[in-house]
Write a new protein. Structure first.
Length: 150
């Protein structure tokens, strides 16, 4: 079980790897930091410059985040993506979140992956999303179910 601890102005989970990195208790190659987010290079990169951007406040799931935290996270992702592509002469980037263990989230702290890509690097196409090829005859029904919940 995680225990909460106040670290400066940030609430961190003492047993969370990313909270410990953000607090400086575990070394990382930080590329960006502001009041709301912390970005660092992935130690198991999918490509050169693969960067993880995490909110400083601990959120286990994307759906747990408030609008302000999401806005800060994605503004930082936009800024960092532009910098990565410029610094590394990348032609594009994969930008994504694995939300929940079943979706491939290994660290239970929200984080955005920015993976710089170059033509011919093997990252073209859709490699990070698994297609299950569901039935598409029920799109109206699915859309209506989602609209009711929203």
């Amino acid at each position: 079980m995680y225990s909460l601890k106040l670290y400066g102005d940030m609430v961190m989970m003492e047993d969370c790897l990313f909270c410990r990195i953000i607090a400086g208790k575990i070394p990382s190659e930080k590329v960006y930091e502001d009041d709301a987010v912390f970005a660092f290079l992935d130690v198991y990169p999918a490509s050169e410059g693969h960067t993880l951007i995490a909110p400083k406040k601990h959120f286990s799931r994307f759906t747990d985040m408030d609008a302000e935290s999401i806005a800060s996270l994605f503004e930082a992702a936009r800024k960092i993506t532009a910098a990565l592509e410029n610094a590394l002469s990348a032609e594009g980037s994969n930008i994504g979140i694995n939300d929940g263990e079943v979706a491939g989230q290994e660290i239970p702290h929200v984080h955005v992956h920015v993976i710089p890509r170059r033509k011919g690097d093997g990252g073209t196409g859709i490699k990070s999303i698994v297609w299950t090829e569901p039935d598409t005859n029920n799109l109206k029904e699915i859309a209506e179910r989602i609209r009711r919940v929203l």
